[in-house]
Design a binder for this molecule. Structure first.
Ligand SMILES: *Cc1c(COP(=O)(O)O)cnc(C)c1O
Length: 409
């Protein structure tokens, strides 16, 4: 395989991943989705396109991101050696920029002048706004709840980067409303605009496009890990909401059955309906965002409320390829609670000097569980999907109330 080739994975032709996937949007969406599938079908193997993507990744994004051995955490855990792929060191602080830059380049190649998306907590919005500015494109971000501190900071950054931020309301269904508004705007404007979805979800061809753009994580990680240790890792772990960062790192290992793959979901406050975001664990087959997949739903097939301390993991569905990988047994699933994630957020900072995102420390926590049961010559590689600057204030308030009282008094 040449250096810039994107591996040909499932979904390349029909958008189905076993019994999951497809494209279930009203007829009026088909012109836009067909145009996108055709254009991307041509570009995904185009050498000039992939070379340009590589250049932007190297110079603007800061790729390749390093792999780092967590020596002190491994020693404190006992057992296998734990490594992290540092996606937190990407420009704008998370893996999301991998597909945002890809969509921006795709839009430019398709002759579009605007990128449209929704964002939940704002991380996807900031990545997309940065990518749009870099390529000289307009950016329109639909957002639900704008009145928490974390989101307000992200909105300021999006506006600073030149994006137009459209508020669609607050409450449990805020992200769904923002998502519907963004998709409606795309259908109305698809002649001049491209929709840049936030994860490996939605109707064909979006799950395939996002998976392809994120697969740079796995391609780099496999080569780097082999150079470092002489072979691939024994276990690979990633947190999952829609599945983009997990598919990104898993993609280089799925064909290698000696490498065990682990998806980690947020258990939130408890396993009760509405208290978590563990779709692969507790979801049932259903339809969400124009795709057949697993969905957290009530007895009337309505999506359930979702809860997690990590706002990037709050989603009642999951991408169709991840649903298939779990359904077939290739990927194992575990859950990590809010309390466990909080504890690991502080532990990783103190033991390793890394402030990782609350999303990512779900995966690190599960890696320590695995490592503790394994011999010391085994290895566990964790995808550290993002940095935790956005979470630091809230975590300090939750875990260090005594200190907070002192500083106030
Ligand atoms: C959005 C986000 C996630 C979850 O999204 P996936 O598509 O499942 O990867 C995980 N970590 C970070 C830092 C995020 O911003």
């Amino acid at each position: 395989m040449a250096k810039h080739d994107i591996p040909v994975g499932p979904g390349a032709t029909d958008g189905f991943y076993g019994s999951f996937g497809g494209s279930f949007y009203p007829e009026r969406a088909s012109a836009a989705l067909t145009e996108l599938a055709d254009a991307y079908g041509r570009l995904r193997t185009s050498t000039p396109f992939l070379e340009q993507l590589s250049r932007v990744r190297a110079t603007f994004q800061g790729r390749p991101t390093p792999i780092h051995h967590l020596r002190r955490l491994s020693a404190a855990t006992g057992g296998a050696q734990i490594y992290v792929k540092r996606e937190d060191l990407n420009h704008t602080g998370a893996h999301k920029i991998n597909h945002c830059v890809g969509f921006a380049l795709l839009a430019r190649e398709m002759g579009k002048s605007r990128l449209i998306a929704e964002t939940g907590a704002g991380q996807h919005g900031v990545g997309l706004a940065a990518a749009a500015a870099y390529f000289g494109l307009e950016c329109e971000i639909h957002i639900g709840d704008t009145d928490n501190v974390k989101v307000a900071l992200n909105v300021s950054q999006m506006e600073l980067l030149g994006a137009r931020v459209v508020s669609t309301g607050a409450g449990q269904s805020a992200l769904k409303e923002a998502s519907d508004a963004a998709f409606t705007s795309y259908l109305r404007n698809h002649e001049t605009a491209l929709y840049a979805i936030g994860s490996a979800i939605g109707p064909h061809p979006f799950p395939m496009i996002v998976r392809d753009f994120q697969s740079v994580i796995g391609t780099e990680a496999r080569a780097q890990f082999t150079a470092l240790t002489g072979g691939p890792p024994d276990h690979v772990v990633a947190c999952v909401a829609g599945g983009s960062n997990a598919l990104g790192i898993f993609s280089a290992f799925t064909a290698d059955l000696d490498v065990r793959l682990h998806a980690v979901e947020p258990l939130g406050r408890s396993a009760a309906p509405g208290q978590h975001g563990a779709t692969l664990t507790y979801g049932r087959p259903g339809r969400i965002h124009g795709s057949d997949t697993l969905v957290l739903q009530d007895g009337n097939d309505q999506p359930l409320p979702v809860s997690s301390i990590a706002s990037g993991l709050v989603y009642p569905g999951v991408g169709p390829e991840m649903a298939m990988l779990v359904d077939t047994g290739r990927v194992g699933v575990s859950t990590v609670s809010d309390a466990e994630a909080l504890e690991m957020f502080v532990r990783l900072a103190r033991l390793e000097g890394i402030i990782a995102a609350l999303e990512s420390v779900h995966a690190v926590h599960h890696a320590t569980r695995l490592a503790a049961e394994l011999p010391s010559d085994q290895s566990v590689l964790v995808n550290l999907s993002g940095r935790g600057d956005k979470d630091a204030g809230a975590v300090l308030e939750l875990v260090l109330p005594a200190r907070d009282d002192e500083s106030r008094g």
